[in-house]
Design a binder for this molecule. Structure first.
Ligand SMILES: Nc1nc2c(ncn2[C@@H]2O[C@H](COP(=O)(O)OP(=O)(O)OP(=O)(O)O)[C@@H](O)[C@H]2O)c(=O)[nH]1
Ligand SMILES: [Mg+2]
Length: 447
């Protein structure tokens, strides 16, 4: 029997056979059920040499596939000379073991594939730490199965991993090394996260922050580059972006926001990965406003939107205002599609990040959210209060100025949020000849 090694789960340049089992309540693209796993496999660098699909009511316990299909898979692996089988479904260690034994080929599941992509893409120290933690946590319970498995098939013979003697003792040593490494990585990550949290909090105090989110490949980085001075990496592959990038976005009318671009979401994102990417997503969780970027030219747009909304819930980004953008409208050849989307999501803003269509509308909508409802009020300030005077002159629309004894009274058009910003600079102003908070209550209602 050929040797199967699960010590090395890198996917680059492997000849891969893709397998998906369609279960009744699981999402599948009806036109191209293997489309997403194929894109993921290619992103990871694999060369797809065969594909296999099965519809089942439930997975068959031992090999996930039915018996007949398992045989078919083994034949497909032999005929194509594949070196790797990639399952779109998540498999238990025992199932991986059974399928590897049947096919004599290395098998990885969807989560392991995604982890491999993340491992290759991670560029920052924090991202690398997060990926390694997720890999150790996901792979670690599988390692044990792998060793037992190898011991079984190799009969303890000195081949491959067997040469290191995967006996109980070795197993115990490895287990302890993994635990130790995990503890150290986590400690380091906590340190990075604390520093990051302080940065995020400070930025939120100083600026209005906007987070771009969306399914992987939706066009977030392209939009980010179109709205700011750019610099984000754009690629047609999945998970081009893994860290978070922040730039100033000039919204016009003297207003600007800090815009962040971050990692894309995907359905069934491995649980450990979501947990360890929390700090990367922190920019989004605490943004004042979230822009969801949806690729409406993708046939799976509906599922992608649902995934994004569910992931936002999962990471706790629930309180902020949101804007939905319908991206890539330049790729729609049927205008009915767009009408259909607008019917379903009347508030959404159609745009094309590549042609720039719709970007001004988006900036207007963000500005509207940012400054809150605009009202005409009078503001009285001491002339000595240069911070307040400066803010009013530069950031609001001044309609009239009256000067008294050491005071100035401005008639301005100002947004609700701008009032907060003004109050943060100076507590000694009066609005409409009232205490500011009372005036806000009267003019805007609410708090
Ligand atoms: N035709 C068209 N293509 C677009 C548009 N926006 C983005 N793209 C393309 O879509 C692909 C993905 O774009 P990215 O900006 O990297 O997508 P992303 O959402 O940042 O992806 P990840 O970082 O991988 O999550 C690239 O090939 C872009 O050129 C658009 O409005 N129209
Ligand atoms: Mg990106």
């Amino acid at each position: 029997m050929s040797q199967v090694q699960r010590d090395q789960l890198r996917v680059v340049a492997e000849k891969a056979v893709l397998v998906a089992v369609q279960l009744p309540r699981r999402y599948f693209d009806t036109l191209d059920p293997l489309g997403e796993i194929r894109a993921l496999a290619e992103t990871a660098g694999a060369v797809v040499v065969g594909e296999l699909l099965q519809k089942r009511d439930k997975p068959s316990g031992r090999t996930y596939l039915g018996k007949g299909k398992a045989v078919e898979l083994a034949q497909l692996v032999a005929v194509t000379g594949a070196t790797l089988v990639i399952f779109d479904n998540d498999l238990s260690p025992a199932q991986i073991r059974a399928i590897e034994a049947g096919t004599e080929c290395k098998v990885i599941d969807r989560s392991e594939l995604i982890l491999d992509i993340f491992a290759n893409r991670a560029a920052t120290h924090a991202a690398k730490l997060q990926v390694e933690i997720a890999q150790l946590e996901y792979t670690y319970p599988r390692l044990r199965a792998m060793w037992t498995h190898l011991e079984n098939i190799a009969g303890g013979a000195p081949i491959g991993i067997g040469t290191r003697g995967p006996g109980e003792k070795q197993l115990e040593i490895d287990r302890r090394l993994v635990q130790l490494r995990l503890r150290n990585l986590k400690r380091e990550l906590v340190r990075i996260q604390q520093r990051k949290s302080r940065e995020v909090q400070k930025r939120n105090l100083d600026h209005y922050t906007v987070g771009l989110v969306g399914y992987t490949n939706a066009g977030k980085s392209t939009l980010f580059n179109g709205l700011t001075t750019g610099g984000a990496f754009v690629h047609q592959k999945l998970f081009a972006t893994l860290g978070t990038r922040i730039e100033r976005w000039d919204l016009g009318g003297g207003n600007s926001a800090m815009l962040s671009d971050t990692v894309g979401f995907i359905r069934q994102l491995p649980h450990h990965l979501v947990a360890s990417f929390r700090s990367t997503l922190e920019e989004t969780i605490y943004a004042d406003l979230i822009i969801i970027v949806l690729d409406v030219a993708d046939p799976n747009a509906q599922m992608q939107l649902e995934t994004v909304r569910a992931t936002l819930e999962e990471i706790g980004a629930i309180d902020q205002q949101r804007i939905l953008t319908l991206n890539k409208i330049d790729r729609l050849n049927d205008s009915k599609m767009l009408l259909c989307w607008l019917n379903q999501e009347p508030e959404a803003i159609p745009l094309s990040a590549t042609t720039g269509e719709g970007l001004d509308e988006l900036a207007d909508a963000v500005r509207e959210h940012m400054i809150g409802g605009v009202r005409e009020v009078t503001i009285t300030v001491s002339m000595a209060d240069s911070r307040a005077v400066d803010f009013i002159e530069k950031r609001t629309e001044v309609l009239d100025r009256q000067y008294g004894e050491g005071t100035a009274q401005f008639t301005v058009r100002i947004g609700r949020r701008q009032v907060d910003q003004l109050l943060a600079r100076s507590a000694r102003i009066r609005i409409n000849d009232q205490e500011p908070l009372d005036a806000v209550q009267t003019a805007w209602g609410g708090r």
